[in-house]
Design a protein around this ligand. Structure first.
Ligand code: AMP
Ligand code: GLY
Length: 339
């Protein structure tokens, strides 16, 4: 079979690398891919713009693609899964409706409250003046978040009211994140240790993957502004068996069932970013995809087939599916050019 992977990151390289291990897989195309995927056997890059849904459909038909895996959030939020599935092409990734869990922080925070999922206290605003007034009512540090997609950079931890004013100015007035900043969420600062909890979800079934922890701050020693992630390792010792159970019971199952109730059943990787302290968990964010760089260490530990896992999810057959992990630990390091 032939597989198409959408995206250009280390995550997509890891996804393609893992799929290439299946003997049933003849070839993998990555759209647009990167210098790493370019070097791999059985993998080639194709130059199609991920926003050109018609061109992706035509490619899938002409190459007889059996499975499309969508890596990044933007094409998911834009509805690439809806489009390809409507053309009868097997696609692993949530619909644009379900992807709102990542696409809008206001949507996700309101969803958490509606379904009783533990999260930090917050308020959302669509204008500078109202947000500014609110800064007098809260404690510091506080967290200011652009509502929409900002490549992991739209969250600003503010130590003081002045920092928060600057963040609001950046996001709302100076449009630092474009239309992603049309709304902002101001949220209670949570202390604790973070972990990433990623699962494969198909409607009302879930297969949790092994745990991981990523480090978002740009500088050595976890200092500086947030990025999408500067490195990750798996497993995350902070997720004990008891915490694991709690995450499933308090976060993953309620989210999965909430989405069904909202008529947006989930298919794909579902990623909860969590803050853990004193055996309590709170959700910082949901992502509608695999993490980058968490994918890299997690997939190094997956012994069984990723292709069969994705296929089982698409066929609504997760109940009969088992996956296997190595007990070894894995670590991924991001090397980034300055700026
Ligand atoms: P998010 O995109 O909402 O997950 O935020 C990105 C990162 O910002 C998280 O992984 C945390 O490191 C940090 N962060 C977000 N929200 C909070 C919060 N309420 N308290 C403390 N840190 C946060
Ligand atoms: N590493 C965080 C993310 O993928 O959003």
């Amino acid at each position: 079979m032939k597989i198409l992977i959408i995206g250009s990151g280390g995550r997509e390289h890891a996804l393609a690398w893992k799929c290439a291990h299946d003997i049933s897989v003849e070839h993998i195309f990555v759209c647009p891919g990167n210098a790493g995927t370019h070097l791999e056997d059985k993998i080639s890059n194709i130059e199609i713009n991920a926003s050109d849904f018609g061109a992706i459909e035509n490619f899938c038909i002409s190459e007889e693609i059996s499975l499309v895996i969508i890596g990044p959030e933007q094409p998911l939020v834009d509805g690439l899964t809806n489009y390809l599935q409507s053309k009868g092409i097997d696609t692993f990734g949530p619909s644009k409706e379900a992807a709102q869990l990542e696409g809008s922080k206001t949507f996700s925070k309101d969803f958490f409250v509606k379904y009783n999922i533990p999260t930090a206290k917050y308020k959302s605003f669509d204008g500078f003046d109202n947000a500014l007034n609110y800064l007098d009512e809260i404690n510091y540090p506080t967290v200011v978040k652009a509502d929409g997609l900002a490549a992991g950079k739209g969250v600003i931890i503010c130590e003081s009211k002045n920092d928060a004013i600057e963040a609001l100015q950046n996001i709302i007035k100076d449009n630092a994140f474009g239309s992603a900043g049309n709304k902002v969420v101001i949220e209670e600062f949570l202390e604790g240790e973070e972990a990433s909890f990623i699962a494969v979800v198909s409607k009302d079934k879930i297969i949790p993957l092994v745990t991981s922890q990523d480090h978002k701050a740009v500088g050595d020693g976890d200092v500086g502004l947030n990025t999408g992630g500067m490195g990750a390792y798996s497993p995350a010792p902070v997720v004990t068996d008891e915490i694991n159970r709690k995450i499933l019971d308090e976060v993953m199952y309620p989210t999965m069932h909430g989405l069904i109730q909202e008529n947006s059943p989930y298919l794909g990787f579902l990623y909860a970013g969590l803050m853990i302290k004193d055996n309590e968990i709170k959700v910082l964010e949901f992502n509608c995809r695999f993490g980058d760089p968490e994918t890299q260490p997690i997939l190094l530990r997956l012994k069984s087939s990723l292709v069969e896992l994705c296929k089982a999810a698409i066929d609504d057959d997760l109940d009969n599916h088992k996956i296997e992990w190595t007990k070894q630990h894995a670590c991924g390091v991001v090397i980034a050019s300055a700026g």
